[in-house]
Design a protein around this ligand. Structure first.
Ligand SMILES: [Zn+2]
Ligand SMILES: [Zn+2]
Length: 894
């Protein structure tokens, strides 16, 4: 057990770290500026945290114990883009470079759906270890982040958003480059006092710690507070914790994530961050809002809302207490404050959707799209509930316009946004039709809905908490719901990790297997490193292990069949068909001959390159949003799943196939290049991360160019491709498409020899059918049409014939009043005859049965005999299974 300072690493927590750093404040927190400007250290009387301030004060300034005091009598509107310019200019003047925003969809880190923090832009994780990748140092970046854990707070607390800009001020690699604590706090102080206008004596620096969730990296941090608001946290990533011990990092990182919306709010002095951030848009929408805003009432509420967090336990109770304290009645709250909160939420949600859709994410039922659909439906519900006179497109347009100088890509994607919203809206309307029935049933059982039910209602039926509440209100049911309803249906920001097949072989301590397959070698002399049961590990292997959707190579080792090949870390494990542990020539140390199945390898390569081409086709034909969601490359076919807002039509398929085949038939060139990650990213953009491989420092790029050397596709990929044998693809044929989930289409394709197999099979099936139908294969369509016509005619004739027979039979029976007859025809015919009999003789009761015992009984209008009783009587000792009434009964006598 390793000890660092006095912390047992097994008990590492933020609290224990905080206590440890606090023991040595001069080392971890004190900066030169504190002495120069007269900041001294104090301890909070409320929460016992330590902090630095220029004057005697009892509280650390945290918003949970100090009401906001920065609201202005006459707030000063600030423009979003202009405010960023001032921020960036301050840091540029101080030696920083301004870097463009990264996508809000986390393409370069597979463990997250969205970008949730500015520093994430530069983080690359490989084999569980984090490294940094950056194009400037120090830098500032206007990184828009998406977080969904606080949905219910959005619009209510005055400070929560689902999308916000983290204006990251970052310095890397101290002490070799960048800067450290003194410079960070000096910049912080100068920006806050000189640009933002914070009074020095209002400024408080709170001591805190920051740590990765698993404590793999951590360090002390200094939070800047003023007037009840936390303005920014300056994090000093100083330590790492690996293999049970803590080290000081070689290259330390300063990570200051400025909450841009918070800064704007503070600077302008409005009653909520929403008013500050959406000021111009709110003005433009004013006439369409449809209710009167009571500013005085809202101010009363928002001054106290710093204490509020609806998603916390007891949040709703606290909300009620707060209303009481502010002297606001429930009625006033419902009438004047709630509509405003809903409006703010709609503005926030729309902006989030616009950023997400622009960067290629779509609302759906899976992955990150799940949370997007929730906020979309929440926004639509609000618009309807409060009768706002605008739609999401209108707001998106205003937002794109306002942000255009900083994020021009938003304006370019408004059409896509409109298409997606339109489809989603129709889908939601359908959901709601069914929803009412489902909610009614649920409510009729109980007026209490628990967390599990809420989740099921959303996941299986798309029913949001708002829909349930609205239905309850309509029916006057007093509803009991979990305190934080969205907490229960929302999904976390972290993506599910890929699951690996469990292999029963221990490869610990085995060195990296040399990979021969990348040179497209198909035979080798290798040495057995370990063999056990049906597993073999070699020093070098020509066998491609399953990965990136490409199935493993097959073949043989010393003539023994290889069934599957998997990678564990850097070690390649060959899974043999049979237990080879008794074979001496397969024991560790033996030299073995490896042979890869050539035809299989070739088909997998052909399919892999074809899938890359199809991926390029999807982005070209359908749009930039058509990201790859998954692929599989097998022996006889391949598929690619792509994100798209609608089911693919026949014309889409034609265009996709046309794009790919045009390239292939004219000649393509496939090359593989090792590139520095940052070069690849800056040259080809984040579209290179279509696959699921974890990007490393240098990445293997697969580049496809057309005959003239023009770019077609570039992806970071660890698979095998047809480099130098491009003609092997021959032709790509789409053999099917399927909507595999909301938002994802699967395209199945064949290429090369698999395409040849497919066409041969198709040809022989068609030829056989043609022979059977005595037709020319190319005229099968006409032949089938004429057969169809014949068939229809014959069916009509048969029907007429039946009618005539029924009529005649009925006539012959109708003279009698009590009929019980066996006629061996189908039940429908029995019914037809019986109906005709009572039409001719209203006093008759007629029972007809066939050999199988199927029975029909009809009692005429003037007959006094009960049809059901009549059947039962005639059934005698036999049993009648069926039912009916006094005039009509049917079933079976058995
Ligand atoms: Zn405190
Ligand atoms: Zn690939």
């Amino acid at each position: 057990m390793v000890e660092w300072m006095n912390i047992n690493v097994k008990e590492m927590s933020k609290d224990s770290l905080r206590r440890e750093f606090a023991k040595n404040p001069n080392e971890y927190y004190k900066v030169a500026l504190f002495d120069k400007e007269g900041f001294t250290r104090h301890t909070c009387k409320i929460c016992a945290k330590n902090f630095w301030a220029t004057k005697e004060t009892e509280s650390c300034g945290d918003s949970s114990h100090t009401p906001y005091s920065f609201f202005k009598e006459k707030p000063k509107p600030v423009q979003y883009v202009q405010f960023w310019r001032e921020f960036a200019d301050f840091f540029k003047k101080n030696g920083h470079k301004e870097v463009e925003k990264y996508p809000v969809v986390s393409r370069w880190r597979q463990d997250l759906y969205f970008t949730i923090a500015g520093i994430q832009d530069f983080q690359r994780i490989e084999n569980g270890k984090m490294s940094f990748e950056y194009s400037a140092n120090p830098l500032v970046v206007p990184q828009v982040c998406l977080r969904f854990s606080d949905i219910e707070n959005v619009g209510v607390t005055g400070r929560h958003f689902t999308s916000f800009m983290m204006a990251n001020q970052t310095a890397f690699d101290y002490p070799k480059a960048g800067y450290w604590r003194d410079r960070t706090i000096e910049l912080n102080f100068n920006y806050l006092t000189k640009v933002l206008g914070v009074k020095k004596d209002d400024l408080i620096y709170g001591e805190d710690v920051w740590a990765m969730g698993d404590f793999s990296e951590f360090g002390p941090s200094l939070e800047s507070f003023a007037n009840g608001s936390e303005l920014v946290n300056s994090v000093f990533t100083q330590f790492e914790y690996v293999n049970g011990s803590v080290h000081e990092l070689e290259g330390k990182v300063v990570d200051v994530g400025w909450g841009f919306e918070r800064l704007m709010w503070f600077h302008s002095g409005y009653d909520s961050a929403y008013e500050a951030v959406f000021h111009d848009i709110l003005q433009k929408l004013d006439a369409k809002i449809g209710f009167q805003v009571d500013n005085k009432l809202f101010k009363k509420f928002s001054t106290l809302s710093s204490e509020l967090d609806i998603t916390e336990k007891g949040g709703k109770t606290k909300e009620h207490a707060l209303l009481k304290k502010a002297g606001i009645t429930m009625e006033q709250y419902e009438k004047s404050i709630k509509p405003l909160q809903a409006l703010y939420a709609v503005l926030d949600h729309t902006r989030t959707l616009l950023f997400a859709i622009t960067d290629g994410a779509l609302p759906s039922n899976i992955g990150g799209g799940y949370n997007l659909r929730i906020i979309l439906r929440r926004a639509l519900s609000f618009i309807e509930e409060y009768n706002f006179g605008f739609d999401l497109n209108e707001i998106a347009k205003l937002q794109a316009q306002e942000l255009k100088p900083l994020f021009p890509e938003l304006s370019e994607n408004l059409n896509l946004f409109a298409r997606v919203i339109d489809i989603e809206q129709r889908r939601f309307a359908r959901t709601r039709e069914n929803a009412n029935k489902i909610i009614d049933t649920t409510l009729s059982k109980s007026s209490k809905i628990d967390a599990k039910q809420l989740r099921t209602l959303y996941e299986s039926n798309g029913i949001t908490p708002e829909l349930i509440e609205a239905a309850a209100a309509r029916k006057n049911v007093k509803l009991q719901m979990p305190e934080s309803s969205y907490e229960d249906i929302i999904k976390g920001d972290f993506a599910d990790k890929e699951k690996k097949k469990g292999l029963e072989i221990d490869v610990k301590g085995i060195e990296k297997t040399e990979q021969l397959y990348y040179s497209l070698i198909e035979e080798s002399e290798s040495k057995v490193v370990k063999s056990e049961k049906n597993y073999v590990v070699l020093d070098k292997s020509p066998f491609y292990p399953e990965g990136g959707g490409q199935e493993a190579d097959h073949g043989s080792i010393n003539g023994y069949e290889v069934l599957d090949v998997q990678k564990i870390g850097n070690v390649i494990v060959h899974i043999m068909k049979d237990d080879i542990s008794a074979k001496k020539e397969m024991h560790a140390g033996s030299k073995v001959k490896c042979v890869v199945d050539h035809e299989r390898r070739r088909r997998l390569m052909v399919h892999h390159t074809s899938v890359h081409l199809m991926s390029a086709a999807a982005r070209s034909v359908l749009g930039k949003h058509a990201w790859q969601e998954g692929t599989k490359k097998s022996f006889d076919k391949a598929h690619i799943d792509i994100a798209h807002y609608d089911k693919l039509g026949d014309d889409d398929v034609e265009l996709l196939e046309g794009f790919v085949d045009e390239k292939i038939l004219n000649g393509i060139k496939v090359s593989v290049k090792q590139m520095e990650r940052k070069d690849a990213e800056s040259r080809y953009g984040f579209a290179i991360y279509q696959g699921h491989g974890v990007p490393a420092q240098t990445i293997r790029m697969v580049i496809i160019e057309d005959r003239n050397g023009k770019f077609v596709d570039a992806e970071a990929c660890g698979g095998l491709h047809v480099t130098g044998m491009e003609q092997a693809i021959g032709l790509v044929k789409i053999i099917g498409t399927e909507r595999i989930s909301d938002g994802v289409d699967r395209i199945e394709l064949v290429a090369g020899n698999a395409a040849l197999d497919y066409f041969r099979k198709l040809d022989s099936t068609v030829s056989q059918a043609a022979v059977k139908l005595n037709s020319d294969p190319f005229k099968l369509d006409e032949k089938i049409s004429s057969l169809d016509e014949e068939n229809r005619k014959m069916r009509k004739e048969l029907q007429e014939l039946n009618e005539t027979v029924a009529q005649q039979t009925a006539s012959s029976l109708s003279s009698s009043d009590k009929i019980d007859r066996e006629i061996d025809v189908p039940r429908a015919m029995l019914r037809s005859i019986a109906t005709k009999v009572v039409a001719m003789n209203a006093s008759a009761v007629v029972l007809l049965r066939n050999k199988a015992g199927e029975t029909v009984c009809i009692s005429g209008a003037k007959s006094k005999i009960n049809a059901l009783d009549f059947i039962k009587e005639k059934a005698g000792s036999k049993k009648f299974v069926g039912g009916g009434s006094e005039k009509f009964a049917e079933g079976k006598i058995v």
